[in-house]
Design a protein around this ligand. Structure first.
Ligand code: NAD
Length: 476
């Protein structure tokens, strides 16, 4: 279903497309296949609604966001189950995501009331300077499948809090989760046209409408660097504001003074989270040569205890990959690494026993002896593969870690305060976890440097992305 101007309706073309469960291959829904014309209507609805929504007081807008938060929490279990069926992640992880997603409504219900202006010192005695922060206008948002609820609320909540209206195009793999987020907004009483949803199996024409429609003031995108870069360059032609959350190639550095067991536990938890399909997933695990054996033993041991399967089943902690293309990419990276001399410590094959062949399961994999010649070292695998590289020197590992076009997340394990600070300052990444594998929250700015994107989501920085700064000079 599309949600346009406060109403649920089918696509203008009358067409729909099927949604499948990546763990079982079963069809779990049938969703409207929106077209460019549908996206255009949604932009018109958002433009009209902007005239009133942007004039609501921050206190009024805040009330709607609080209501949406309450509904998401009330519906947490049902939404988590749907997410597991549609996206594949284990139920516990899905519940965590719904909470994280709802947190953006709560945080921005509060931040809506903290958009302040400034009074500046002026150069002349008969002059006054006042700075206003005003909503940019209609926002067009494109979101990915890997975090199908939180990637939507991380955009919608700050946009609405700032006084913008929005049109969202979710990923074609996970439209059902998106529909439930919009059900919560609808039931929260958000006025017609303020938040609109266009589901589609064919994203390119919707993207065309977003970057070409002059009524769209801002495009916000989360997904691959390839698609994000193209959209941004086209949006630049009409000077639209752009925020991009793109891919990552996170280094995970374990120094000799770290506790190897603790670091290996952290690596096993964050690497295999969401089956490695996270933009902040560690892709290059640098371990000091002196503790590499202990680290590897503990990591392999923990991986051996993991259970892949349908995320609704008790005890499952590894879900499927999103599709066959993703599975083939993971297998290609592993095969290439082994051909170039890496040692396969565990995993390394598709899982097909016990009915898993109906889905896209790959065994959690650890590779040691990884070197820069290998694809797995240079490219984002987006799968359950932990590549281990050994090092001896701090400066060497810092320069290896920084030697990537990406700059989203990095992780450091050390017990030395000085080393932790030197790494925090020296790593060219937007997010650095120091002995911490989960440096994300609604209150924290999330985003990357270099090819990983532009702008930040979450925190006070997240609402600034939806505000224009206006200077008033008054002669008195
Ligand atoms: P993708 O770029 O193919 O898809 C992301 C979104 O873009 C989807 O909604 C898709 O429908 C849409 N899209 C695809 N082609 C389009 C086009 N021509 N015009 C308009 N929209 C289009 O990415 P993917 O491979 O599905 O997702 C994985 C990538 O997303 C990874 O690189 C990952 O690192 C990145 N990611 C980043 C973040 C972050 O916050 N930085 C979060 C999640 C995922």
């Amino acid at each position: 279903m599309l949600y346009v101007d406060g109403e649920w309706r089918g696509a203008g073309s009358g067409r729909s497309f099927e949604v499948t469960n990546p763990a079982t291959g079963e069809t779990i829904g049938d969703v409207a296949d929106g077209t460019r014309a549908d996206a255009s209507q949604a932009v018109i609805a958002a433009s009209v609604a902007f005239n009133t929504w942007s004039r609501f007081t921050a206190f009024e807008r805040s009330e709607y966001l609080y209501a949406a938060y309450g509904l998401m929490i009330e519906r947490k279990e049902a939404l988590a189950r749907l997410m597991t069926e549609e996206q594949g992640k284990p139920l516990r992880a899905a519940r965590n995501e719904v909470q994280y997603a709802a947190d953006f409504f709560l945080w921005y219900a509060e931040e809506a009331k903290r958009v302040y202006g400034d009074v500046l010192p002026a150069p002349r005695s008969d002059q006054r300077f006042i700075v206003l922060r005003q909503p940019v206008g209609v926002v067009a948002a494109i979101t990915p499948w890997n975090y199908p609820v939180s990637m939507i609320t991380r955009k919608v909540a700050p946009a609405l809090a700032a006084g913008c209206t929005i049109v969202v195009k979710p990923a074609e793999q996970t439209p059902l989760c998106a529909i439930e987020v919009f059900n919560a907004l609808h039931d929260a009483g958000v006025p017609a046209g303020v938040a609109n949803l266009v589901t589609t199996a064919n994203p390119a024409p919707i993207g065309d409408e977003f970057v070409e429609n002059p009524a769209v003031a801002k495009v916000t995108f989360t997904g691959s660097s390839e698609v994000g870069t193209k959209l941004a360059s086209r949006a630049a032609a009409s000077m639209k504001r752009v925020s991009l959350e793109l891919g990552g190639h996170a280094p995970f550095i374990v120094f000799a003074d770290a506790l190897p067991e603790y670091a290996a536990k952290g690596a096993s938890l964050v690497k295999f989270l969401n089956t490695g399909q996270a933009c902040i997933s560690p892709n290059r695990i640098f371990v000091h040569r002196g503790i590499a054996d202990v680290f590897l033993d503990v990591l392999v041991d923990r991986v051996a205890g993991m259970r892949a399967g349908n995320g609704l089943a008790e005890g499952v902690n590894i879900g499927p990959l999103v599709d066959m293309q993703a599975l083939e990419k993971v297998d290609r990276h592993v095969t290439d690494a082994v051909e170039h001399g890496a040692t396969l410590q565990i995993g390394g094959q598709r899982l097909i026993d016990d009915g898993l062949d109906a889905g896209f399961f790959y065994a959690p994999t650890v590779l040691s002896g990884v070197t820069p010649e290998m694809e797995v070292y240079n490219q984002e695998t987006f799968g359950p593969v932990a590549p281990i590289i050994t090092f001896t020197d701090d400066d060497e590992v810092l320069s290896l870690a920084n030697d990537t076009g990406y700059g989203l997340a990095a992780y450091v394990y050390t017990q030395s305060l000085g080393r932790a600070m030197r790494m925090f300052e020296g790593l060219h990444f937007g997010i650095v976890g120091i002995n911490d594998i989960n440096p994300t929250a609604a209150a924290a700015p999330f985003g990357g440097m270099n090819q990983s994107g532009i702008g930040r989501e979450g925190g006070r920085e997240g609402i600034a992305e939806y505000l224009e700064v206006k200077l008033g000079g008054f002669s008195i």
